[in-house]
Ligand binder design. Structure first.
Ligand code: FAD
Length: 617
């Protein structure tokens, strides 16, 4: 064995250029031509390859170092006879270069929020990976959230060889680990506590709840554990290879995976490379962090709030959307007094105001203040709490001090951290990747799904998109024309706030119908006329359906009341099927149920409802 120095070769005009990426670690076995580092000048970036195969003994550069021709990058242990081999030449890394004609994906007309991938900035040409490859597959899926695992499982079920890459120790992504599921586990507990309290009004009294926060947390973790373990075993059953690590595209057909360990993303220094024919990018999103908020354990995002580290007395929720108000419900039931600050002129933007009004009336007792049209402009960590300054639309300032501040102001996609540029894949300035209705990006063999491709950021949207992408890949690789034509053609995607009461809506809202100039006819059934809602002592809600005047078909619906989220799927189905008021009203719904109110709302629209006073003539 001999040790040689790997040096920066002749790199033309590049001089004193910064090292922006270390692609190998001491101990790594590298092949000749495998990239060692990426350097960047003000004009372009470039990967510097190894001149020999061998084992990296020592790295002589670190991030930010300036290198020129002749700078030593690393010491490499090589076989004696290999030491004399010729040096490799540098590989230009993909950079922001002009568009290339003919590399854009075909565009299918957009629907359901899906745009045209070709309308995104044109892709740059990408350099191929020339290093070693550890896995070869038909489809690599980056990200094990609901979008990613659904895509991987569907692709495997259709007969493809699939590798699924996830940086955390469990599959399930935000939804199962720090989103939909843990929040609902806690919301269920809150709902039971609230329900038990209400029973006192009708003569059934329980003692005050004794809350063992540690056991509650353990319960939530057990729910997550059951579901994520189920995913791991389903991946095994399908022979999907799951690689744990941070994935990053290193070429149009290669993904490098830096192995991670522990509970988080601690890197082990080991890397594997996957060669793929198609990739489905499902890297999801993360919470927006307001830059002026100090680092303090009393300031959390939704992930921090779900940890349930403490139950505060005074809690501020920044952002009056679904996620903020769901978490607020849990903390309030456990004992916190709430304040909420929202920039828009109402809570839960997106839902019709009549639905939100019902929720607000029932929940008024939880809040000390609801600040609308107000921004949070400063925050300071003090011994007494987090001191927050607000500014109203009129410029008036206010202040409050809180034991816990939840920032729930939205989520940003992870598109900027997946090495998209190495595959010539454009990512917009916010981190979204544009796709067409087949979930195809501007690089035809790359697909993207879920939170990464746009609003609404919802698990059920991600799952459906994942299935479409998997089917298109399978169709193309296996020569099945029908599958290859799969497209996301859902007319509507339902939204649900799992608050108490729940608010659920789908299709057009009344506000949208007005704004779009679509004349609609409304059928509304108040739950004060529902036998089941009255029996449950939860008759504050209502169900409304919107029918297009011109066609008579249902175009939207909203429900506010307990279990609204469990019922909205029927309204979505009716919209997909192009049902009218007679179709829905004459569908026999079981009595007495809350779901019955959907049939009754359709009857109200049609004028045939006998559970309400007679229609005015
Ligand atoms: C508190 C909360 C409650 C929510 N409740 C609901 C709800 O009730 N209903 C609903 O429909 N939606 C809900 N959502 C939204 C839902 O969780 C997301 O829309 C959904 O998880 C998106 O799925 P996805 O597959 O696109 O991405 P994600 O779930 O974000 O998964 C992406 C995965 O990719 C991994 N990843 C990212 N980058 C890399 C990389 N470079 N290498 C390897 N792995 C990587 C991540 O670790 C993650 O596991 C909620 C979200 C939050 C935060």
């Amino acid at each position: 064995m001999a040790t040689i120095e790997l040096k920066v070769p002749d790199i033309g005009d590049f001089k004193d250029v910064a090292v922006i990426e270390l692609l190998v670690q001491p101990g790594d076995r590298v092949q000749a031509e495998q990239s060692l580092i990426t350097v960047e000048s003000d004009k372009a970036s470039m990967e510097i390859p190894s001149s020999h195969a061998g084992v990296i003994r020592e790295l002589k550069v670190k991030l930010g170092d300036k290198v020129s021709e002749g700078s030593v990058i690393a010491l490499l242990e090589v076989a004696e006879d290999a030491a004399a081999a010729a040096p490799a030449s540098p590989v230009p890394a993909p950079a922001a270069t002009p568009p290339v004609e003919g590399t854009q994906a075909p565009t299918v007309p957009a629907a359901g929020g899906h745009g045209s991938a070709a309308a995104a900035p044109a892709p740059a040409p990408a350099a191929a990976w020339r290093g070693a490859v550890d896995h070869e597959c038909d489809v690599v899926v980056l990200g094990g959230g609901p979008g990613g695992y659904s895509a991987a499982f569907r692709a495997a079920d259709l007969g493809l060889k699939v590798v699924l890459v996830e940086r955390y120790g469990t599959l399930g992504g935000v939804c199962l680990n720090v989103g939909c599921i843990p929040s609902k586990a806690l919301l269920h507990v809150a709902a039971v506590i609230d329900e038990a309290r209400h029973l006192a009004d009708i003569g059934v009294t329980f003692g005050a709840p004794q809350i063992d926060v540690e056991r509650l947390r353990a319960h939530k973790q057990a729910v997550i554990g059951k579901l994520t373990a189920g995913l791991a075993s389903m991946a095994k059953m399908r022979k999907v290879t799951v690689l744990r690590g941070v994935g990053r595209l290193v070429g149009p057909h290669h993904l490098a995976v830096e192995e991670t360990t522990g509970l988080g993303k601690e890197r082990t220094g080991r890397q594997q490379v996957v060669a793929f024919r198609r990739a489905i990018l499902a890297a999801g999103s993360q919470p927006v962090r307001l830059p002026f908020l100090p680092q303090d354990e009393r300031i959390v995002d939704s992930t921090g709030a779900l940890e349930l580290a403490r139950v505060p007395q005074r809690m501020l929720v920044i952002g009056g959307g679904i996620i903020g108000l769901e978490m607020a419900t849990v903390y309030s039931t456990l004992g916190a007094r709430l304040e909420v600050v929202e920039m828009a002129d109402g809570l839960m933007p997106g839902a019709d105001r009549d639905l939100v009004k019902v929720w607000q009336k029932v929940n008024a007792h939880r809040f000390d203040a609801i600040r609308l049209r107000t921004r949070t402009v400063a925050a300071e960590a003090t011994a007494d709490g987090i001191r927050v300054t607000f500014e109203g639309a009129d410029g008036a300032r206010g202040e409050g001090v809180y034991d816990l501040v939840l920032q729930a102001v939205g989520r940003v996609p992870n598109g900027r951290s997946i090495g998209a540029e190495a595959a010539g894949l454009p990512v917009d300035e916010r981190g979204f990747i544009r796709v067409d209705r087949q979930m195809r990006t501007a690089v035809p063999h790359l697909f993207a799904i879920g939170d990464l491709v746009g609003q609404p950021m919802l698990a059920h949207k991600a799952v459906h998109e994942g299935h479409v992408a998997a089917e298109v890949c399978a169709g193309e690789l296996l020569g099945d024309e029908k599958l290859a034509r799969a497209a996301f053609d859902a007319r509507v995607i339902p939204s649900v706030a799992y608050t108490d009461p729940e608010i659920a809506w789908v299709g057009l809202t009344e506000e949208q119908a007005r704004a779009q100039g679509i004349a609609v006819h409304k059928g509304l059934f108040p739950w004060s006329a529902s036998g089941r809602a009255i029996a449950n002592r939860r008759d504050e809600g209502f169900t409304k359906l919107l029918f297009e005047e011109a066609s008579g078909r249902i175009v939207g619906g909203g429900i506010v009341g307990v279990h609204a989220g469990d019922m909205i799927g029927e309204v979505a189905l009716a919209i997909e099927m192009g049902a009218d008021a007679v179709d829905i009203g004459r569908t026999i719904h079981p009595h007495p149920t809350l779901g019955e109110t959907i049939g009754l709302a359709a009857e109200a629209a049609h004028g045939s409802c006998t559970d309400l006073p007679p229609p005015r003539r």
